[in-house]
Ligand binder design. Structure first.
Ligand SMILES: Cc1cc2nc3c(=O)[nH]c(=O)nc-3n(C[C@H](O)[C@H](O)[C@H](O)COP(=O)(O)OP(=O)(O)OC[C@H]3O[C@@H](n4cnc5c(N)ncnc54)[C@H](O)[C@@H]3O)c2cc1C
Ligand code: FES
Length: 353
């Protein structure tokens, strides 16, 4: 048991108090109390956990100034995933909803084994892990796990592509980055039977079910994973909302899960999949009759008034940063834009305790 001092942090709204030890972040303490606050990367990179400190002594572990600019910090904004408290404190929680606060699934350490690594494209792999201990894990569609890099203290976040209906295994879609500490192991170093320690589930990129509004999904590359999980869960739970899924890939050879998307279009009468190629090859120019261009341009071309829509965005941070103002400009309420930025962890590895 740690002998670090603890302090009370009052979260207002929703009007609850949690005990936070000096050696944990406010977000970690909230998880411990079963309180699900908005968050994404947990590494000070995505800004999803940005809130306002009303009073208290708070110090941050390292974070990106893209997530919290210096002037915002001076005004009192804090990143709860990097914030340690050294006195009692009060935080104004800027974005929260009842659905989310109550949706917490206990965070567990899980031992898994590599079952299969399948090549989806030249740089995307489907990784399937079998759960060993415990043999099942609860999660909400859209959430992610931290997967340990074997033999090191590092971990990387990966979103589940399957749903809790298949909770005896975890499926991921991972982009291989040459030299990447985790993804770089997929082609040569990891094989079936290898052990991978996982922790989770984390993330608040889940379907807000109290609403029945129409939905826009925007995804790129491996950002397909949580969106596929959300769509599969809509079939499983008989949710019949209108969803248009804009998916960006460079070339036709980079597109994935086309058969699965066609099946979803059969099962969900109000679902439309709109893939778009941003850099079609000469061959694609001959054979491709779908959309061409940056996915954000395609959305602007095909949509008009989105003021009654919710939007779910997942993939590389530049795609999400480009899409947000466009969606807001087309009328989507800022509070109804949900996103998971696939930020890179390499820059925060040195900050481990
Ligand atoms: C919430 C969340 C969910 C995610 N889900 C997915 C998912 O489903 N699928 C997926 O593929 N990815 C996902 N990611 C990204 C994933 O967690 C990893 O960051 C990614 O796979 C790279 O990890 P790596 O260990 O392979 O590479 P790293 O070793 O972390 O390096 C990545 C690359 O970054 C470059 N690099 C090296 N040093 C730095 C530095 N200091 N700063 C910046 N870049 C550097 C290098 O070129 C290197 O190749 C998710 C991220 C988040 C936050
Ligand atoms: S910056 Fe805190 S969760 Fe991403």
């Amino acid at each position: 048991m740690s002998d670090a001092k603890t302090h009370s942090v009052y979260l207002d709204p929703p009007g609850m108090e949690i005990e936070v030890s000096e050696d944990e972040t406010v977000l970690e303490a909230a998880f411990r109390h079963g309180v699900m606050l908005f968050h994404g990367c947990k590494e000070g990179q995505c800004a999803a956990c940005k809130n306002f400190l009303i009073e208290g002594d708070v110090q941050h572990r390292n974070y990106s100034t893209f997530a919290l600019a210096d002037y915002e910090k001076e005004e009192g904004f804090v990143l709860l995933c990097r914030a340690h408290v050294f006195s009692d404190a009060e935080v104004e929680v800027l974005h929260w909803d009842e659905d989310m606060l109550e949706s917490g699934v206990p965070i567990q350490d899980v031992t898994t084994e590599v079952a299969e690594i399948e090549e989806l494209t030249h740089d995307l792999r489907k990784l399937t892990l079998t759960l060993v201990d415990p043999p099942e894990v609860a999660f909400n569609p859209g959430q992610y796990m931290d997967l340990g890099v074997p033999g090191t203290e590092w971990s990387r976040a990966y979103s589940m592509a399957n749903t809790p209906a298949t909770d005896d295994r975890l499926e991921f879609i991972i982009k291989v980055l040459p030299g990447g500490k985790f993804s770089g192991l997929l082609d040569d170093e990891l094989s079936p039977g290898d052990t991978i320690e996982a922790k989770g589930p984390y993330g608040t990129f889940t379907l807000r079910k109290k609403s029945d509004s129409d939905i826009i999904f925007i995804g790129g590359g491996a950002g397909m994973a949580p969106l596929f999980s959300l769509l599969t869960s809509m079939v499983e739970e008989d949710i019949d909302r209108r969803v248009t899924f804009y998916y960006g890939a460079r070339t036709a050879a980079d597109l994935i899960l086309l058969d699965e998307m066609a099946e979803l279009e059969d099962k969900l009468p109000n679902f439309e999949f709109v893939p778009a190629l941003s850099e079609p090859t000469d061959e694609d120019e001959q054979s491709w009759d779908g959309e061409v261009g940056l996915i954000t341009d395609v959305v602007e071309r095909r949509e008009d008034d989105l003021s009654e829509h919710a939007a779910y965005l997942c993939g590389p941070p530049p795609m999400i940063d480009a899409a947000m103002p466009i969606l807001e400009g087309m009328g989507v309420d800022e509070g109804k834009i949900y996103y998971d930025k696939f930020t890179v962890s390499a820059s925060v590895d040195e900050d481990l305790d």
